[in-house]
Design a binder for this molecule. Structure first.
Ligand code: NAD
Ligand code: GLY
Length: 362
């Protein structure tokens, strides 16, 4: 098992990554404030992993209740959030009870937000079971639900006590979901880690074939990158925004075509290609580098252009981006592979051109 740390002073926490750690409930005992947890999962992950995960905790004397949500991005909303509160109240959960998120990023984000709100904040443990959640969403404390007008618009920062990532759970993940996770992995290489990007170019097939050593390496290198950024800028006053490469366009895609139609990682891949086009128009990313980015996404089986939404619709949806400042759009763009900036220098015409070049209506 590898242990990484998110260094946030008194609120620092470990990320435990390994094969079979899901069966080792005793690892979580030091992080519980009382011997009571409520595990939130969904109708897909629950039948696969809930008993396996809960059993060692019960054996250790922990009172465990279970909350099973419907599966899907379209359920990351108020009614589902409220159903978590209903269950917590019915189960007499207290401020010291720990809420555990067992699942992908959707379960992690909504459970995290519930933990941030219930009785003004209860402890949270993240047990991510998708590649995307293991490399990104379970780490860093961003929690949210979607609004019909915008992705992740209602949320809070709420750091977990510990993240427990069992790489063996990835064996049951559908291929499409695995590829979606690879999009966020490529992101780290692009924004700040050229050697990692080069490693991905050399190892993408091993990763897609679920080679355990390649998966473990990619997860640990991703988490190390994320932990460093979060430690430097927990509340996204600056550097953390770089983690949103491709997300301004990507969130517009997800909201525009309806939550759950495109996977988050697919939208991020197409959105990153739009950001790369924009970077190229600004003269930052040369055509060779643009080609390298496109080839890697392509080899990962990810989309390299967005869906057929009208350009005006893209622009309208992008106005809800959380990086908008004084009404101005700001983008994460690439100076080169491995170096990124948050900037508002792109002109409206250049933004339009990037969307046009990288969406299905050309
Ligand atoms: P997801 O949570 O919808 O999971 C994908 C699918 O895989 C679901 O059907 C799920 O039930 C299933 N699944 C999960 N684990 C499985 C397993 N081990 N075996 C078989 N099936 C399994 O999607 P995701 O890609 O994990 O997360 C996407 C969400 O994460 C989006 O809502 C996105 O906004 C959010 N996100 C948040 C952050 C953050 O920092 N908080 C970062 C990135 C993404
Ligand atoms: N996924 C973006 C962030 O955690 O900041």
């Amino acid at each position: 098992m590898e242990t990484l740390t998110v260094a946030l002073g008194a609120r620092s926490y470990p990320i435990l990554v390994g094969r079979g750690v899901l069966d080792r409930g005793e690892l979580l005992l030091p992080f519980l404030r009382q011997l009571k947890v409520a595990i939130v999962t969904n109708a897909t992950v629950g039948p696969l992993y809930l008993d396996r995960f809960a059993e060692p905790l019960r054996r250790a004397g922990v009172s465990v209740s279970e909350i099973v949500l419907p599966d899907g991005e379209q359920f990351k909303n108020w009614p589902t959030l409220n159903s978590i509160f209903d269950a917590l109240l019915a189960g007499r959960c207290e401020r010291s009870t720990t809420l555990v998120a067992l699942g992908g990023g959707v379960v992690g984000d909504i459970t995290g937000f519930a933990a941030a709100c219930f009785q003004r904040g209860m402890p949270l443990i993240q047990v991510p079971t998708t590649l995307l959640a293991q490399v990104d969403s379970s780490v860093g404390g961003k929690t949210a639900i979607n609004h019909p007008l915008g992705k992740n618009m209602i949320g809070a920062f709420h750091q977990p006590q510990v993240v427990l990532a069992d790489t063996e759970t990835l064996s049951t993940l559908p291929d499409r979901e695995l590829r979606a996770g690879v999009a966020e992995i490529i992101k780290y290489g692009l924004i700040r880690d050229l050697p990692f990007f080069e490693w991905l170019e050399a190892n993408i097939e091993r990763l897609l074939s679920r080679d355990p050593a390649a998966l473990s390496e990619a997860i640990c290198r991703s988490c190390r990158n994320k932990a460093e950024v979060v430690a430097a800028d927990e509340h996204e006053r600056g550097e953390r925004a770089l983690l949103n490469l491709g997300h301004t366009f990507g969130h517009a895609i997800e909201t525009g075509i309806g939550y759950g139609e495109w996977l988050h990682g697919e939208a991020v891949a197409a959105g990153t290609m739009m950001a790369a086009e924009l970077s190229s128009q600004l003269g930052w990313l040369d055509s060779r580098a643009l080609g390298r980015v496109e080839r890697l996404f392509h080899r990962a089986g990810l989309p390299v252009s967005g869906p057929n939404l009208a350009i005006e619709r893209y622009l309208e949806l992008m106005q809800n981006d959380k990086k908008v400042q004084d009404g101005n759009l700001r983008f994460v763009l690439l100076k080169r592979i491995g170096q990124s900036v948050v900037t508002d220098v792109a002109s409206p015409a250049q933004v339009r051109k990037a969307i046009e070049l990288r969406s299905a209506h050309v």
